[in-house]
Design a protein around this ligand. Structure first.
Ligand code: ATP
Ligand code: LTN
Length: 332
Protein backbone atom coordinates (compact mmCIF):
# COMPACT_ATOMS: atom_id res chain seq x y z
CA UNK A 1 0.00 0.00 0.00
CA UNK A 2 1.35 3.42 -0.97
CA UNK A 3 0.88 6.55 1.11
CA UNK A 4 -0.04 10.03 -0.04
CA UNK A 5 0.26 13.02 2.28
CA UNK A 6 -0.53 16.72 2.12
CA UNK A 7 -1.38 19.61 4.39
CA UNK A 8 -3.02 23.03 4.35
CA UNK A 9 -2.22 25.92 6.70
CA UNK A 10 -5.10 27.55 8.58
CA UNK A 11 -3.56 30.97 8.03
CA UNK A 12 -6.63 32.57 6.43
CA UNK A 13 -9.85 31.73 4.63
CA UNK A 14 -9.43 28.88 2.14
CA UNK A 15 -9.34 30.16 -1.43
CA UNK A 16 -10.24 28.92 -4.86
CA UNK A 17 -6.47 28.53 -5.37
CA UNK A 18 -6.30 26.06 -2.47
CA UNK A 19 -9.28 24.21 -3.90
CA UNK A 20 -8.04 23.93 -7.48
CA UNK A 21 -4.35 23.47 -6.68
CA UNK A 22 -4.82 21.10 -3.78
CA UNK A 23 -8.16 19.94 -2.33
CA UNK A 24 -9.86 19.17 -5.64
CA UNK A 25 -6.79 17.20 -6.71
CA UNK A 26 -6.83 15.11 -3.55
CA UNK A 27 -10.35 13.99 -4.40
CA UNK A 28 -9.43 13.15 -8.00
CA UNK A 29 -6.31 11.29 -6.89
CA UNK A 30 -8.31 9.32 -4.35
CA UNK A 31 -10.46 8.00 -7.18
CA UNK A 32 -7.41 7.11 -9.29
CA UNK A 33 -5.02 5.71 -6.70
CA UNK A 34 -7.00 2.89 -5.22
CA UNK A 35 -4.03 1.23 -3.48
CA UNK A 36 -3.06 4.39 -1.58
CA UNK A 37 -3.82 5.65 1.92
CA UNK A 38 -4.38 9.39 2.20
CA UNK A 39 -2.82 11.25 5.13
CA UNK A 40 -4.26 14.76 5.08
CA UNK A 41 -3.80 17.26 7.83
CA UNK A 42 -4.36 20.82 8.93
CA UNK A 43 -0.93 22.45 9.29
CA UNK A 44 -1.66 24.63 12.32
CA UNK A 45 1.98 24.61 13.47
CA UNK A 46 2.87 26.16 10.12
CA UNK A 47 0.18 28.82 10.49
CA UNK A 48 1.76 30.23 13.66
CA UNK A 49 4.99 31.09 11.85
CA UNK A 50 3.10 34.35 11.25
CA UNK A 51 0.92 36.05 13.85
CA UNK A 52 -2.49 34.43 14.40
CA UNK A 53 -5.42 35.19 16.63
CA UNK A 54 -5.87 32.04 18.79
CA UNK A 55 -9.69 31.91 18.55
CA UNK A 56 -9.63 32.39 14.83
CA UNK A 57 -6.86 29.87 14.36
CA UNK A 58 -8.84 27.21 16.20
CA UNK A 59 -11.97 28.00 14.21
CA UNK A 60 -10.15 27.86 10.88
CA UNK A 61 -8.43 24.62 11.78
CA UNK A 62 -11.82 22.94 12.11
CA UNK A 63 -13.06 24.67 8.95
CA UNK A 64 -10.24 23.23 6.88
CA UNK A 65 -10.84 19.75 8.25
CA UNK A 66 -14.53 20.08 7.30
CA UNK A 67 -13.66 21.43 3.85
CA UNK A 68 -11.51 18.39 3.05
CA UNK A 69 -14.53 16.20 3.68
CA UNK A 70 -16.97 18.58 1.97
CA UNK A 71 -14.90 18.35 -1.21
CA UNK A 72 -15.66 14.65 -1.36
CA UNK A 73 -12.77 12.82 0.26
CA UNK A 74 -13.74 9.37 1.39
CA UNK A 75 -13.46 9.31 5.18
CA UNK A 76 -12.79 5.58 5.17
CA UNK A 77 -9.70 6.02 3.01
CA UNK A 78 -8.44 9.20 4.65
CA UNK A 79 -6.47 9.69 7.82
CA UNK A 80 -7.50 13.24 8.64
CA UNK A 81 -5.75 14.95 11.52
CA UNK A 82 -4.49 18.18 13.04
CA UNK A 83 -0.72 18.61 12.91
CA UNK A 84 -0.23 20.02 16.43
CA UNK A 85 -2.07 17.04 17.95
CA UNK A 86 0.84 14.82 16.93
CA UNK A 87 3.86 15.99 18.93
CA UNK A 88 6.27 14.15 16.67
CA UNK A 89 5.92 16.74 13.89
CA UNK A 90 7.63 19.36 16.02
CA UNK A 91 10.11 16.84 17.36
CA UNK A 92 11.20 15.53 13.99
CA UNK A 93 11.13 19.10 12.67
CA UNK A 94 13.86 19.95 15.15
CA UNK A 95 15.87 16.82 14.35
CA UNK A 96 15.72 17.72 10.66
CA UNK A 97 16.74 21.31 11.29
CA UNK A 98 19.98 19.77 12.48
CA UNK A 99 20.37 18.31 8.98
CA UNK A 100 19.33 21.36 6.98
CA UNK A 101 21.79 24.02 5.89
CA UNK A 102 21.29 27.77 6.23
CA UNK A 103 22.11 28.18 2.55
CA UNK A 104 19.29 25.81 1.59
CA UNK A 105 16.75 27.73 3.66
CA UNK A 106 18.01 31.05 2.34
CA UNK A 107 17.19 29.95 -1.19
CA UNK A 108 13.52 29.24 -0.48
CA UNK A 109 11.41 31.61 -2.54
CA UNK A 110 8.36 31.41 -0.25
CA UNK A 111 10.51 32.68 2.61
CA UNK A 112 12.08 35.39 0.47
CA UNK A 113 8.64 36.58 -0.72
CA UNK A 114 7.18 36.64 2.77
CA UNK A 115 10.27 38.28 4.23
CA UNK A 116 10.13 41.13 1.72
CA UNK A 117 6.42 41.67 2.34
CA UNK A 118 6.76 41.68 6.12
CA UNK A 119 9.34 44.22 7.21
CA UNK A 120 9.38 43.62 10.96
CA UNK A 121 8.55 40.82 13.36
CA UNK A 122 9.82 38.06 11.07
CA UNK A 123 10.05 34.91 13.16
CA UNK A 124 12.87 32.41 13.06
CA UNK A 125 10.24 29.69 12.54
CA UNK A 126 9.24 31.23 9.21
CA UNK A 127 12.82 30.68 8.15
CA UNK A 128 13.10 27.08 9.39
CA UNK A 129 9.57 26.20 8.20
CA UNK A 130 10.75 23.95 5.32
CA UNK A 131 12.45 21.62 7.82
CA UNK A 132 9.12 21.24 9.63
CA UNK A 133 7.41 20.62 6.32
CA UNK A 134 10.01 17.96 5.49
CA UNK A 135 9.27 16.38 8.87
CA UNK A 136 5.50 16.35 8.14
CA UNK A 137 6.18 14.31 5.05
CA UNK A 138 8.95 11.89 5.93
CA UNK A 139 7.54 11.21 9.39
CA UNK A 140 4.99 8.98 7.65
CA UNK A 141 7.26 7.73 4.86
CA UNK A 142 4.91 9.30 2.31
CA UNK A 143 5.34 8.18 -1.30
CA UNK A 144 3.42 11.04 -2.90
CA UNK A 145 2.87 14.68 -1.98
CA UNK A 146 0.28 16.52 -4.09
CA UNK A 147 0.77 20.30 -3.86
CA UNK A 148 0.44 23.47 -5.90
CA UNK A 149 3.38 24.80 -7.84
CA UNK A 150 4.53 27.12 -5.02
CA UNK A 151 5.45 24.14 -2.84
CA UNK A 152 7.62 22.35 -5.38
CA UNK A 153 10.81 23.82 -3.99
CA UNK A 154 9.94 22.68 -0.47
CA UNK A 155 9.39 19.12 -1.67
CA UNK A 156 12.75 19.18 -3.46
CA UNK A 157 14.38 20.27 -0.23
CA UNK A 158 12.53 17.48 1.62
CA UNK A 159 13.99 15.00 -0.83
CA UNK A 160 17.48 16.41 -0.27
CA UNK A 161 17.17 16.25 3.51
CA UNK A 162 15.82 12.69 3.44
CA UNK A 163 18.56 11.58 1.06
CA UNK A 164 21.24 13.25 3.18
CA UNK A 165 19.97 11.50 6.30
CA UNK A 166 19.80 8.15 4.52
CA UNK A 167 23.33 8.51 3.16
CA UNK A 168 24.67 9.16 6.60
CA UNK A 169 22.60 6.81 8.77
CA UNK A 170 21.46 4.10 6.36
CA UNK A 171 18.21 3.84 4.45
CA UNK A 172 15.61 5.17 6.85
CA UNK A 173 13.27 7.75 5.30
CA UNK A 174 11.23 7.29 2.13
CA UNK A 175 12.20 9.94 -0.45
CA UNK A 176 8.82 11.42 -1.55
CA UNK A 177 7.60 12.33 -5.04
CA UNK A 178 5.69 15.57 -5.61
CA UNK A 179 2.47 15.49 -7.63
CA UNK A 180 1.83 18.87 -9.26
CA UNK A 181 -1.33 19.35 -11.33
CA UNK A 182 -0.96 20.11 -15.05
CA UNK A 183 -3.79 22.63 -15.00
CA UNK A 184 -4.42 24.92 -12.04
CA UNK A 185 -1.13 24.46 -10.19
CA UNK A 186 -0.87 28.21 -9.82
CA UNK A 187 -4.08 30.21 -9.69
CA UNK A 188 -3.28 33.92 -9.74
CA UNK A 189 -4.69 36.89 -7.84
CA UNK A 190 -7.74 38.31 -9.65
CA UNK A 191 -6.58 41.88 -9.16
CA UNK A 192 -2.91 41.27 -9.78
CA UNK A 193 -2.44 38.26 -12.06
CA UNK A 194 1.34 38.43 -11.70
CA UNK A 195 0.95 37.18 -8.11
CA UNK A 196 -0.45 33.89 -6.84
CA UNK A 197 -3.89 33.92 -5.26
CA UNK A 198 -3.18 33.86 -1.55
CA UNK A 199 -5.35 33.66 1.53
CA UNK A 200 -3.05 35.82 3.59
CA UNK A 201 -3.50 38.92 1.45
CA UNK A 202 -4.65 42.11 3.14
CA UNK A 203 -7.28 42.81 0.46
CA UNK A 204 -9.85 40.11 -0.27
CA UNK A 205 -10.69 41.38 -3.77
CA UNK A 206 -7.98 39.30 -5.40
CA UNK A 207 -9.12 35.97 -4.05
CA UNK A 208 -12.32 33.97 -3.98
CA UNK A 209 -12.85 32.42 -0.58
CA UNK A 210 -14.54 29.04 -0.48
CA UNK A 211 -17.03 30.52 1.97
CA UNK A 212 -17.83 33.61 -0.14
CA UNK A 213 -21.50 33.97 -1.08
CA UNK A 214 -22.71 33.82 -4.66
CA UNK A 215 -23.03 37.57 -5.17
CA UNK A 216 -19.52 38.18 -3.87
CA UNK A 217 -18.10 35.54 -6.20
CA UNK A 218 -19.89 37.01 -9.20
CA UNK A 219 -18.69 40.50 -8.31
CA UNK A 220 -15.08 39.39 -7.86
CA UNK A 221 -14.99 37.58 -11.20
CA UNK A 222 -16.70 40.45 -13.02
CA UNK A 223 -14.10 42.86 -11.71
CA UNK A 224 -11.11 40.57 -12.31
CA UNK A 225 -8.34 42.47 -14.07
CA UNK A 226 -8.00 41.65 -17.78
CA UNK A 227 -6.45 43.78 -20.54
CA UNK A 228 -7.36 46.01 -23.45
CA UNK A 229 -6.60 43.43 -26.15
CA UNK A 230 -10.16 42.14 -25.91
CA UNK A 231 -9.55 38.68 -27.38
CA UNK A 232 -9.99 35.46 -25.39
CA UNK A 233 -6.81 33.52 -26.01
CA UNK A 234 -4.20 31.83 -23.85
CA UNK A 235 -1.24 34.16 -23.64
CA UNK A 236 0.00 34.27 -20.01
CA UNK A 237 2.74 36.75 -20.88
CA UNK A 238 0.67 39.45 -22.60
CA UNK A 239 -2.73 38.57 -21.13
CA UNK A 240 -2.05 37.14 -17.67
CA UNK A 241 -5.52 38.01 -16.34
CA UNK A 242 -7.37 36.20 -19.12
CA UNK A 243 -4.94 33.27 -18.96
CA UNK A 244 -5.70 32.92 -15.26
CA UNK A 245 -9.45 32.93 -15.86
CA UNK A 246 -8.98 30.32 -18.59
CA UNK A 247 -7.03 28.17 -16.16
CA UNK A 248 -9.79 28.38 -13.58
CA UNK A 249 -12.39 27.58 -16.25
CA UNK A 250 -10.40 24.59 -17.51
CA UNK A 251 -9.71 23.22 -14.04
CA UNK A 252 -13.36 23.34 -12.99
CA UNK A 253 -14.87 21.99 -16.20
CA UNK A 254 -12.27 19.47 -17.29
CA UNK A 255 -12.25 21.12 -20.73
CA UNK A 256 -8.97 21.76 -22.53
CA UNK A 257 -7.97 25.41 -22.71
CA UNK A 258 -7.94 25.29 -26.53
CA UNK A 259 -11.54 24.02 -26.52
CA UNK A 260 -12.61 26.89 -24.28
CA UNK A 261 -10.82 29.44 -26.47
CA UNK A 262 -12.64 27.97 -29.45
CA UNK A 263 -16.03 28.22 -27.66
CA UNK A 264 -15.54 31.94 -27.03
CA UNK A 265 -14.19 32.87 -30.41
CA UNK A 266 -15.57 36.28 -31.38
CA UNK A 267 -17.15 36.82 -27.95
CA UNK A 268 -16.17 39.43 -25.38
CA UNK A 269 -14.78 39.24 -21.85
CA UNK A 270 -18.18 40.06 -20.39
CA UNK A 271 -19.86 36.86 -21.57
CA UNK A 272 -16.83 34.79 -20.71
CA UNK A 273 -16.74 36.20 -17.19
CA UNK A 274 -20.49 35.69 -16.68
CA UNK A 275 -20.16 32.02 -17.63
CA UNK A 276 -17.11 31.56 -15.46
CA UNK A 277 -18.84 33.23 -12.50
CA UNK A 278 -21.66 30.74 -12.91
CA UNK A 279 -19.26 27.78 -13.06
CA UNK A 280 -17.33 28.90 -9.98
CA UNK A 281 -20.36 29.80 -7.89
CA UNK A 282 -22.17 26.56 -8.71
CA UNK A 283 -19.16 24.51 -7.66
CA UNK A 284 -18.65 26.52 -4.49
CA UNK A 285 -22.34 26.35 -3.60
CA UNK A 286 -22.31 22.56 -3.62
CA UNK A 287 -19.10 22.56 -1.61
CA UNK A 288 -20.71 24.88 0.94
CA UNK A 289 -23.86 22.75 1.21
CA UNK A 290 -21.72 19.79 2.25
CA UNK A 291 -19.50 21.95 4.40
CA UNK A 292 -22.30 23.37 6.55
CA UNK A 293 -23.57 19.88 7.27
CA UNK A 294 -20.17 18.60 8.31
CA UNK A 295 -18.93 21.55 10.34
CA UNK A 296 -21.85 21.26 12.72
CA UNK A 297 -21.85 17.49 13.04
CA UNK A 298 -20.26 15.51 15.90
CA UNK A 299 -18.86 13.17 13.25
CA UNK A 300 -16.10 15.64 12.41
CA UNK A 301 -14.54 15.28 15.86
CA UNK A 302 -14.86 11.52 15.68
CA UNK A 303 -13.04 11.50 12.33
CA UNK A 304 -10.29 13.76 13.70
CA UNK A 305 -9.91 11.55 16.80
CA UNK A 306 -9.55 8.44 14.66
CA UNK A 307 -7.07 10.23 12.39
CA UNK A 308 -5.01 11.34 15.36
CA UNK A 309 -4.85 7.81 16.79
CA UNK A 310 -3.72 6.29 13.51
CA UNK A 311 -1.18 9.00 12.66
CA UNK A 312 0.19 9.02 16.19
CA UNK A 313 1.07 5.36 16.34
CA UNK A 314 3.11 5.59 13.13
CA UNK A 315 4.74 8.88 14.06
CA UNK A 316 5.75 7.71 17.53
CA UNK A 317 7.59 4.66 16.26
CA UNK A 318 9.29 6.54 13.44
CA UNK A 319 10.68 9.26 15.71
CA UNK A 320 11.82 6.76 18.33
CA UNK A 321 13.80 4.90 15.65
CA UNK A 322 15.17 8.16 14.27
CA UNK A 323 16.44 9.19 17.72
CA UNK A 324 18.09 5.81 18.12
CA UNK A 325 19.89 6.29 14.81
CA UNK A 326 21.13 9.69 15.92
CA UNK A 327 22.37 8.34 19.25
CA UNK A 328 19.93 10.35 21.33
CA UNK A 329 18.92 9.13 24.78
CA UNK A 330 19.64 5.65 26.07
CA UNK A 331 19.84 2.60 23.88
CA UNK A 332 16.59 0.65 23.52
P1 ATP B 1 -0.55 31.58 2.12
O1 ATP B 1 -1.09 32.18 0.88
O2 ATP B 1 -1.14 32.09 3.38
O3 ATP B 1 0.93 31.43 2.15
P2 ATP B 1 -1.24 29.12 0.96
O4 ATP B 1 -2.68 29.08 0.59
O5 ATP B 1 -0.21 29.24 -0.07
O6 ATP B 1 -1.08 30.15 2.13
P3 ATP B 1 -1.59 26.51 2.15
O7 ATP B 1 -2.93 26.78 2.63
O8 ATP B 1 -0.83 25.72 3.09
O9 ATP B 1 -0.81 27.82 1.77
O10 ATP B 1 -1.65 25.79 0.76
C1 ATP B 1 -2.32 24.57 0.66
C2 ATP B 1 -2.17 24.01 -0.71
O11 ATP B 1 -2.78 24.89 -1.66
C3 ATP B 1 -0.72 23.85 -1.15
O12 ATP B 1 -0.61 22.61 -1.81
C4 ATP B 1 -0.50 24.98 -2.10
O13 ATP B 1 0.47 24.66 -3.07
C5 ATP B 1 -1.87 25.13 -2.73
N1 ATP B 1 -2.10 26.49 -3.22
C6 ATP B 1 -2.07 27.62 -2.48
N2 ATP B 1 -2.31 28.69 -3.24
C7 ATP B 1 -2.49 28.24 -4.50
C8 ATP B 1 -2.75 28.87 -5.77
N3 ATP B 1 -2.89 30.17 -5.85
N4 ATP B 1 -2.86 28.09 -6.86
C9 ATP B 1 -2.72 26.75 -6.77
N5 ATP B 1 -2.46 26.09 -5.62
C10 ATP B 1 -2.35 26.82 -4.50
N1 LTN C 1 3.97 24.47 3.45
C1 LTN C 1 2.72 24.22 2.81
C2 LTN C 1 1.72 23.54 3.69
C3 LTN C 1 2.28 22.26 4.19
C4 LTN C 1 2.40 21.03 3.48
C5 LTN C 1 3.03 20.13 4.38
C6 LTN C 1 2.05 20.62 2.20
C7 LTN C 1 2.81 22.06 5.41
N2 LTN C 1 3.25 20.77 5.55
C8 LTN C 1 3.34 18.81 4.00
C9 LTN C 1 2.37 19.29 1.82
C10 LTN C 1 2.99 18.42 2.72
C11 LTN C 1 2.22 25.57 2.31
O1 LTN C 1 2.62 26.57 2.77
N3 LTN C 1 1.32 25.57 1.40
Amino acid sequence: MKRLLSGIKPSGALTLGNYIGAIMRFVELQKQLTDTEFYLFVADLHAITTEQNPQELRKRTKEIAAMYLAAGLDKDKTILFIQSEIKEHAELGYLLQCHTYMGELERMTQYKDKATKQQSGLTSALFTYPALMAADIILYDADYVPVGDDQKQHIELTRDIATRFNNRFGDFFKVPEPIIPKVGARIMDLQNPEKKMSKSEASDKGYIALLDDEQTIIKKIRSAVTDSIGVIQYDPFNQPGVANLLNIYAALTDKAIEAIVEMYKGLGYKEFKEDLAHIVSTRIKSLQDNYYQIINSPELDAILDAGRAKAQSYAYRKVEKCKQKLGLGRKK
